[in-house]
Write a protein that binds this ligand. Structure first.
Ligand code: PEP
Ligand code: MN
Length: 290
């Protein structure tokens, strides 16, 4: 066994208590309105980067639902590099997400950036997202660890696997074991894409941890034309699902237009995902799977 692996195992045994497969052998499956995250079927979360207005979110929600998405995404609190850029609609955005859920039946995942907003976001959201920039915001991790709803924890853009899993450990340590991990790309020297989607982490997480891991090919690439191939690559690597930015009018998207799919592209991708999913059922029976 290579040194790297034994080091990792040593750390895992010493430190990753609750997230570790040593602690819990079976995969964690998170149930949400009949959707099983980390179960047999792939879970597709889709929607705009940001909630912009009623028409945009309801229209997009209807479209992604029609093409088979299981969860609606949309940011109401946006972590932006510049303080002068659109910061999200805040509570109004949460209300619009709730409206879109009411009209489509899709559960909603949305980001919470601040500990003081946790109660409010918990009231509206079905899954609370902790974004990359907050992966090591320990008070926030502790706060979402105290709620009784699933948490989508995105990997920090410069976080090692150890750090990523330790952040999940913070949430579990507070009593919330409904954690979904999300690989969304890391910073490298590569300048042909916004981030480098580190798909190695998917099988590594599955080996070390019982928690489900999904992949965000939108932030992971930053380029619309890379979203479909990297979505399929993520699923081939063993991801439990995907979170994809989709907008009814992608070029008018206020945030992240270059990586946002239009409905036509999303529909084509869903067709490919469904084909993959059929193939996966056969593959899953093979002795080398997982
Ligand atoms: C997002 O998903 O809306 C987002 C801001 O992603 P990340 O935290 O991965 O940058
Ligand atoms: Mn975005």
């Amino acid at each position: 066994m290579p040194l790297y692996e034994s080091d990792l195992d040593k750390k895992r045994n010493g430190q990753h208590k609750l997230v570790s497969r040593d602690f819990k052998k079976d995969n964690t499956v998170i149930e949400l309105n009949g959707i099983m995250i980390g179960g047999e079927s792939l879970v597709i979360m889709a929607g705009p980067c940001s909630v912009e207005d009623e028409r945009q979110i309801v229209e997009t929600a209807r479209m992604v639902k029609e093409h088979g998405a299981h969860v609606l995404r949309g940011g109401a609190f946006k972590p932006r590099t510049s303080p002068y850029d659109f910061q999200g609609l805040g509570e109004k955005g949460l209300q619009l997400l709730a409206l879109a859920r009411q009209k489509t039946g899709l559960p909603v995942v949305t980001e919470v950036m601040d500990t003081t907003d946790v109660p409010m976001v918990t009231e509206y959201a079905d899954i609370l997202q902790v974004g990359s920039r907050n992966m090591q915001n320990f008070p926030l991790l502790k706060a979402v660890g105290k709620i009784n709803k699933p948490v989508l924890l995105k990997r920090g853009m410069a976080a090692t696997l150890e750090e990523f899993l330790m952040s999940a450990e913070y949430i579990l340590a507070e009593g919330n074991n409904q954690v979904i991990l999300c690989e969304r790309g890391i910073r490298t020297f590569a300048d042909h894409s916004r981030n480098t989607l580190d798909l190695n982490v998917v099988p590594m997480v599955k080996k070390i941890s019982h928690l489900p891991i999904i992949v965000d090919p939108s932030h992971g690439t930053g380029r619309r034309e890379l979203v479909a191939p990297m979505s399929l690559a993520a699923l081939a690597a063993g991801a439990a699902g995907l979170i994809i930015e989709v907008h009814s009018r992608p070029d008018q998207s206020v945030t992240d237009p270059f990586q946002t799919l239009g409905i036509e592209q999303f529909s084509q991708l869903m067709f490919q995902i469904n084909q993959f999913s059929e193939w996966r059922k056969t593959y899953a029976d093979a002795p080398h799977a997982n």
